[in-house]
Design a protein around this ligand. Structure first.
Ligand code: UD1
Ligand code: CA
Length: 460
């Protein structure tokens, strides 16, 4: 169920698209369902408020998952009813609130297995602060739920609450779904009323309890921040157990899909997100941000390196203050140093771009040295052009490589050159004005200064 307005978030973004670390809430929910072996065709996402946005995200991130519409948000009971055509052909139906990113596959499996025991099973938790959650009423072996706003003062004291996860036998659900009314404090059709209705018709209802941490829903920014913290701790603990060294666990953020190897070292204030993979012995210096980065073994990011959608192979080094993006690749033992930006560029083995450079759409061979301040002029105002530098080239400091251009293997450019034409193998490309020295120029200037400047008054 992901159709609700999420009013309490006070945000233009639909609640289920709000991010926990680097992924929307709904991704955790759907990934959890997929992880227990349910195929996409058997998963439906109910959308409504902000539905176009939610639907387009789900279609992209989880192809095959069915989008179901609830055009008016009249409550969770109404939501499930809107999807009836889809679920009525199944034997069992699991309904999950869309705002439960912390639920584990184990709990979901247990919920699914309950379909053999009860006509309806709900997951509950004992809340430290039961707040606005629906209260669980256990009576004569039956379970029912009373919503907070409809509860008596006595019922409000109950600490066992409804997590928003239900397993239904479809036959039982069908026989009560039309009987749910909106005669309650919120004038909503509550799915939670289905339990009392089932009890009165002789169906059986049950519940099992899970830890609160796992069942924490997201209803406001405070809860989103809390869930993000819990998720972060959980991921960090997992990697500490796998032999990753994290100096300051309170300042490091790792996304749920990142993969780290033993002996990776992570310094303070680092974020690693997306589908990043970091292999043995690599060192991630302070201030680094990695998104979909692949690092080989013993890669060193000294500090403040920002990598997006790019790869650094074994023993490569980068930083401090380096930006590597758009499918760039640093081959083994290569280096991108201080104030260097690499965009869609390939840096060959043992090659170095040590200082103050921009390499865009460039392909550097192996053993290349790029002098300080050298850049590719890859953009001509309308399109991006390619630069190629062959093996063993020495590019002098402050060379402008005006693309499209090629510097062939074993050649060099003179410092300060603007290279607009191919430099053939073994040649030196010189593209700069020749220096002339004007003899005694300084003396003549000083003489001119003395005769033309009047002395200030009183300074005789
Ligand atoms: C609901 C439960 C409450 C439970 C709590 C757990 C009901 C009536 N109450 O309350 O017992 O303790 O969850 O978090 O179900 N949604 C729709 N369509 C709607 C309304 C909601 O799809 O018309 C979706 C929302 O997007 C959300 C989920 O249903 O994912 C729950 O809605 P929410 O408004 O958060 O319900 P609560 O008031 O928290
Ligand atoms: Ca909720």
């Amino acid at each position: 169920m992901a159709a609700g307005k999420g009013t309490r978030m006070k945000s233009a973004t639909p609640k289920v698209l709000q991010p926990v670390l680097d992924r929307p809430i709904i991704d955790y929910v759907i990934k959890n369902i997929l992880s227990v072996g349910i195929s996409p065709e058997n998963i439906g996402v109910l959308v409504g408020s902000g539905g176009e946005q939610v639907a387009s995200h789900v279609n992209k991130a989880f192809p095959g998952v069915k989008i179901l519409w609830q055009h008016n948000q009249l409550g969770t009971g109404h939501a499930v009813k809107c999807a009836r055509e889809w679920w009525q052909s199944y034997e069992n139906l699991i309904v999950l609130n869309g705002d439960l990113p912390m639920m584990t596959p184990e709990s979901l499996k247990e919920l699914i297995s309950c379909c053999n025991q009860h006509d309806c099973t709900v997951i509950t938790f004992n809340a430290a602060n039961p707040g606005a959650y629906g209260r669980i009423i256990r009576e004569n072996n039956h379970v029912s739920i009373i919503e907070f706003k409809d509860a008596t003062l006595e019922q409000i004291k109950i600490r066992e609450v409804n997590a928003g996860c239900y397993a239904f036998r479809v036959k039982a659900l069908e026989s009560v779904i039309d009987l749910i009314t909106n005669h309650n404090a919120q004038k909503e059709y509550y799915l939670t009323d289905a339990l009392a209705l089932m009890n009165s018709q002789g169906f059986n209802t049950g519940a099992f309890t899970m830890p609160e941490e796992e069942m924490q829903g997201v209803n406001n920014q405070r809860e989103l921040a809390e869930v993000s913290r819990v998720m972060r701790d959980k991921i960090i603990n997992r990697w500490l157990n796998e032999g990753v060294r994290i100096l300051d666990i309170n300042s490091v953020y790792i996304g749920s899909e990142v993969i780290l190897a033993p002996d990776v070292v992570i310094m303070p204030n680092v974020q690693i997100f997306g589908t990043s993979i970091i292999n043995e012995g690599s060192y991630i210096g302070s201030g680094s941000i990695l998104n979909n980065a692949v690092l080989g073994r013993n890669v060193k990011l000294t500090a403040y390196v920002f990598i997006e959608n790019s790869e650094l192979k074994d023993n490569a080094q980068a930083g401090p203050f380096c930006y590597i993006r758009d499918n760039s690749c640093l081959e083994n033992n290569s280096f991108a140093g201080k104030f260097v930006e690499l965009k869609n560029s390939h840096i060959g083995e043992n090659s170095k771009v040590p200082h103050l450079s921009y390499m865009g759409d460039a392909d550097l061979g192996s053993n290349v040295n790029i002098g300080a301040g050298s850049i590719t002029c890859n953009y001509d105002g309308s399109k991006k052009n390619h630069t190629r530098v062959g093996d063993n080239c020495f590019i002098g400091s402050d060379t402008m490589l005006v693309a499209p251009v090629e510097v062939e293997s074993n050649s060099a450019t003179a410092a300060g050159s603007v290279i607009t034409q191919r430099v053939p193998e073994n040649a030196l490309g010189v593209g700069r004005a020749r220096q002339i020295n004007i003899e005694n120029w300084v003396l003549r200037r000083n003489l001119h200064k003395q005769t033309s400047t009047s002395q200030p008054e009183g300074d005789k």
